[in-house]
Design a binder for this molecule. Sequence first.
Ligand code: ADP
Ligand code: ASP
Ligand code: MG
Length: 411
Amino acid sequence: MPVLVMKFGGTSVATLDRIKRAAKRVGVEVAKGYDVIVIVSAMSGKTNELVGWVNETSKFYDAREYDAVVSSGENVTAGLMALTLQEMDVPARSWQGWQVPLKTNSAHSQARIEEIPTDNISAKFAEGMKVAVVAGFQGISPEGRITTLGRGGSDTTAVAFAAAFGAERCDIYTDVDGVYTTDPRITDKARKLDKIAFEEMLELASLGAKVLQTRSVELAMRFGVRLRVLSSFEEQSDEAGTLVCAEEEIMENRPVSGIAYSRDEAKMTLISVADRPGIAAAIFGPLAEAGINVDMIIQNIAEEGRTDMTFSCPVDQVARAEKALNAAKDSGDINFHDLVADTNVAKVSAVGIGMRSQSGVAAQMFKTLSDEGVNIKVIATSEIKISVLIDRKYMELAVQALHDAFELEKA
Ligand code: ADP
Ligand code: ASP
Ligand code: MG
């Protein structure tokens, strides 16, 4: 039997009614003759609540216990989805990550999938089970402890299962009907794309478009998984939604395909560090060890042998970053006069593979922001993206202005 992977995100399983509606979609695919692997998220809001409880209990928490707590939301929806399918006379069984077992490394709260043995689930399919419902987002470490795959990780569970089982397609059911030129919540001019290239989706995801977890796009690209994003709230045809595919399959060629944003950024500046060989390693080594996701970096021109070093990171990692840098200062590895955190910044990025061959995109982006009176604090570029760090209060304005400037509402 051909295998199909169907993933339902938090809003698609938020209530028993929605679980029923999702189960009906699964029933339609079973009727077509597929063996279906359903990946479920926790009910919407649940994981946030669990994360909140962990933070309230322990500021510098043990990540193994964080995973024990935050993985639990998916256990509930997996069981409920299997029960709902059984009520519809569809033979179904639920699986938690460790039962599959979905094997990961030991990087708790950010674990990477290492292997998904298919024998357990395949044996059940051979016995007549039609649907394997798997709790997304979670796995098991070599030490036998529960791990989680980072926020939004159920997308990655889904793609990894599609790759492991050679699924015909991996359908990601969510609360929007595809990938848009920008988050449709920010502007109603956002336009749904029929197709988007893996590379562009990878950049958009890593720059904040949370419609797909970055790692899921990476895996789909590596294993050639046909990945589709579509709505669980509408009747769907086989052509619905957005297909994430190889660049060659796409006709459109414009410099910018989409605008992404990331609200929860922070800018940290080490004031007056010695300008000497090895200083960057002395600063960013301890940050890496503390698990800080450093993004943009600026080192100012030195004056009298001293310089300022600025970097950005997710706002919820500021306390950890401060702790790591102050420890490095106390042990004499680095010396700075002050450490200043600006927790009111956001990152806005323009992405497009067309940038490779067209110049002037950065200039147009900076001009647009300047016309709106938005001050740029940090800039970073790559071959297919330009990112700026700005005051958070201008974020939506900046996204809307750039969406207009690059005429993204026009097909
Ligand atoms: P799920 O719970 O189904 O995993 P998410 O909330 O993780 O859903 O992702 C879907 C959300 O992603 C949408 O509601 C939308 O607000 C947001 N989003 C951000 N950027 C985009 C984009 N470019 N296209 C579509 N949705 C986007
Ligand atoms: N429930 C997890 C989260 O909210 C995983 C997911 O939904 O993809 O991050
Ligand atoms: Mg998600």
